[in-house]
Design a protein around this ligand. Sequence first.
Ligand code: NDP
Length: 329
Amino acid sequence: MSDRFEAVLITRDEDKNQSVDFVQMTEDDLMDGDVTVAVEASTVNYKDGLAITGAAPVVRRFPMIPGVDFAGTVIRSSHPDWYAGDKVILNGWGVGETHYGAYAGRARVSGDWLVPLPQDMSSREAMAIGTAGYTAMLCVMALQRHGISPDRGPVIVTGASGGVGSVAVSLLAKLGYEVVAVTGRMSEEDYLKGLGAREIIPREELSGAGRPLGKERWAGGIDAVGSHTLANVLSMTCYGGAVAACGLAQGMDLPATVAPFILRGISLLGIDSVMAPKSLRLEAWRRVSKDLDRDKLSSLSADISFRDVIAAGKDIVAGRVRGRLVIQM
Ligand code: NDP
């Protein structure tokens, strides 16, 4: 019999009441896959919080081990790309939603889902970046593909003290952009300026119903919040600009008009990290390892123990987490 390891398991009773607990498992309990990984580090993303609390239907198969991302070492593989000892990262692909996820000592997954850990990066650093940071990089890449260069003007980041936001602010600042950070926590002004934000806007300025078009204020945006905030960001984007939308912390709705698109030629760039093709993932991890200041990464991430993961899931949904949380297994 395989060695036992600890895992977080979400279960549901006949009345669909969800519970979450720590359990002992063996490799025999894992789902099918051609690569088995010793999980070394994971993290708590907003989606993990939704899964743990059941606040949104993230988990689509019960029981489920949550955790949408991990970094670790391959123990055994029958996949042609991977060998025992390889250091790997996994983000998304339904892991922690339909396939057993990261909050366990071991994971068994498809080798097609894995990317190599960048050479100069530790498992801890990879998970300090995590899915939130890799998504922030996808957003920056989308803006750059659209021609939003630093000379075009400021770039606004919403949900700035959160995981996606903190990494986005740091990346943009390092790349020479003037960053405008939107936060509901004005107490985090020093933190955000330390990451490189030039201007801080209080959340209330953008979170209510706005006008179809406002004064042109920024060349681009990275939005982790959705709803009225995204509508207002679009309405104040300069002619020809673009906004990368990746999140829904305020809401899934988009109460906007077409005015920014048809009168100012604004583009709304949709960002999905879960099913992103491998070539884009490899590029994002290569870029994030080069473009993210490691001192900033330390200042925006904190370690928690595996036993704290359930409480941390509740905290992130309640908007109480700053930056990124790393779990070292
Ligand atoms: P965090 O909770 O770390 O960050 C979200 C931030 O949004 C909060 O820290 C807060 O920032 C702000 N916020 C929270 N509630 C509200 C509200 N009601 N109104 C306005 N702002 C609010 O989450 P992540 O950074 O991990 O994820 C951010 C979003 O991106 C989530 O919706 C997540 O699901 C999504 N996401 C999407 C991905 C994709 O592939 N498209 C991948 C990864 C994440 P502050 O306190 O500074 O205002």
